[in-house]
Design a protein around this ligand. Structure first.
Ligand code: ADP
Ligand code: MG
Length: 300
């Protein structure tokens, strides 16, 4: 059997099934970051992401943007847990023939994001490689009461998304702002029941929340903030790397959230969490409802 026949998620489940965890682990595989015991008031968060030349970026992309993305997608995962990023290690695989200027610019991009989000780069590894590979691991922390898992969605929660969805392939996937300040505002001021960042695709990632929470949902086409760069609604909700936040909270906070939202980043109410038996459906502009099979970006 080949990996591509099994698929990314089945492969990860297969790893997960056979791992024994110590009591230090609050949440292992299966959320945007691992959650570990830390202090009386806080949890430690731990996440990693890898970018491979030819898959996640191309040699012709600006090195500074590639570096910025490598750290930003990790910051986005910490944000999706409600936390604050702290310490990063960065490992690179570079061909010996690589221009030093490229490597400098790549690190320039990493440092820019590190500075903006107050992350300390404290180590890494450097190896020779046929293609350019960048892997960053990031530690963060979160106050226990602010931890937001994928698994906390409650029936009747309102589903929100930040920003615009779709068309990220046209550069934005390399040049996005992780929604850290938005996430921190949310968890400090509201009881957010579940949250994820959109790396796979809006439908796929909301699908992760529903699966982990054992819930269904109805979302409404007319309320989904489709980016002007998207090539239509279907691709917008099925393509990945928007790095926006999808989250759910109780109906009784929804109006106050919309009234007090202090950011220029758009905030859209896109649907409602339902009982698990009701499945996941999309209500089209025509009023017709269709069942969703949450497909998104798969790596194999
Ligand atoms: P995200 O898109 O938020 O970065 P992923 O879809 O990459 O999340 O991963 C989902 C979960 O699976 C995460 O908890 C991640 O840590 C875990 N995971 C992914 N790949 C592996 C792997 N090779 N070994 C162990 N855990 C993995
Ligand atoms: Mg994520």
């Amino acid at each position: 059997m080949k990996l591509k026949d099994l698929g990314e998620f089945n492969f990860i489940n297969r790893i997960n099934r056979t791992i024994k965890l110590s009591g230090q682990v609050i949440k292992g595989i299966g959320d945007d970051a691992a959650v570990l015991k830390y202090t009386k008031d806080k949890y430690l968060l731990f996440t990693t992401d890898m970018l491979v030349e030819g898959k996640h970026f191309h040699k012709c992309d600006k090195a500074g943007l590639v570096g910025a993305k490598a750290l930003s997608c990790n910051v986005s995962d910490i944000a999706a847990m409600g936390g604050v990023p702290k310490f990063a290690v960065c490992s690179v695989g570079f061909p010996g023939s690589l221009d030093l200027k490229y490597a400098d610019e790549l690190y320039g991009g990493i440092k820019k994001i590190a500075q903006r989000f107050e992350v300390d780069l404290v180590g890494g590894d450097t190896v020779g490689s046929g293609k350019i590979v960048i892997n960053i691991a990031l530690i963060g922390e979160v106050e226990k009461e602010n931890l937001t898992l994928r698994s906390g969605a409650k029936e009747n929660d309102v589903i929100f998304v930040t920003g615009n969805i779709g068309g990220s392939i046209k550069l934005r996937h390399l040049n996005f702002t992780p929604r850290l300040k938005e996430a921190r505002f949310l968890v400090k001021n509201f009881k957010v029941n579940s949250m994820i960042d959109v790396s796979d695709a809006l439908l796929a990632d909301l699908g992760h929340i529903l699966k982990e929470s054992n819930k269904g949902a109805a979302i409404f086409e007319k309320t989904i903030p489709v980016s002007k760069y998207a090539t239509g609604f279907d691709s917008a909700v099925r393509d990945g790397e928007d790095f926006e936040l999808v989250f759910t909270l109780s109906e009784r906070y929804a109006d106050r959230l919309e009234d007090t939202w202090p950011f220029r980043t758009r905030l859209s109410k896109i649907g409602r969490v339902l009982n698990g038996r009701e499945g996941f459906s999309l209500v089209k502009k025509s009023g017709k409802s269709e069942k969703i099979k949450p497909a998104g970006f798969t790596h194999f």
